[in-house]
Design a protein around this ligand. Sequence first.
Ligand code: PLP
Length: 360
Amino acid sequence: MEPFLGRDGFGNPSSLHSEGQRAKRALDEARAVVAESIGAQFSEINFNSGGTEADNAALFGVTLANRRRGEHFVTTQIEHEAVLHTARFLETIGFEATYLAPDAQGLVTASQVLEAIRTTTTLVSVMHANNEIGTVQPIAEIGGALRGHNTYFHSDAVQTYGVYPLNVHELGVDLLTVSAHKIYGPKGVGALYVRDGIPIEPLLHGGGQERERRAGTENVAAIAGFGEAVRLMLIERETTAKQMERQRDLLIGMIRERIPGAALNGHQAQRLPGNVHFSFPDIDAESLLVSLDLTGVAASSGSACTAGSIEPSHVLTAIGAASEARGAALRLTLGRETTDEEIRETVEILTRLITRLTRV
Ligand code: PLP
């Protein structure tokens, strides 16, 4: 007989056995759908607390597990902080990093990667799409170029997961980061894809969960929610991405038409469907953001605010868009619920504010 542990949510006798079984089934179902969504095997998906942890696990995991072979890794100057700050920390404990410089549109190339790798390079990490300026990197090309080289390839796909069909084999990646909240799932849960057979040191040591790659009892409710979000994403992704792309181009076109001097940051064509990022010369960034906020338009400055002063972000600095010290940079992101009416309204408001705030 199973041990009696009270009643479950339906008033039925619950047991350790059935509770464990339910959790395992929920984890299995979520793992299967996440694996399917990126063309991976069930066993290659490791659940964790989100994109930040997945990036940390990839960088620490591969560099530490392969340290005897070499202490060099390659990444780019425009990665998310979850990669960049981890890379900087790895440098403080004896690793050597090369940070590839993007071109003015935020692109890095496969030949830059090939030039940077050495016999001691164990990892290359290049994000799929940039979260600030929206530039989409040629990951499949880089993956193809790295084939045959003795180095592992990681990509942070947090920004692209909900908008492009991803396949780890076509991309040629050994590790891939995804996060639930960017696909309308719960916050605080994500996954790292690790190709079977890749030596990786776990970030968390303890129990044997996630095939000994991430110790600690899984957050079953969050993971089940993640699985459900992936299921819905697979149904809606194509339609949503098309709508966002159309609205993005509408917004970009209207801003260019109405606001002289507005300069689009990021790649003109290879950019995320929902990303619009402009620089406005001669506009005070803080005043623009505050005024937009007061009108109900939620925008991001595309800059890092530190103790009252707005500094250009590391991304804008890397693409050379930070030199207009007297300008404002603005990121507007579209979602699946954005309407054409909201786009037109935003352009009206923005045009009015820019005219008012233009320094003479
Ligand atoms: N990587 C990129 C490109 C992101 O945009 C984000 C967050 O927005 C992260 C990593 C961090 O993911 P999380 O918030 O799930 O920790």
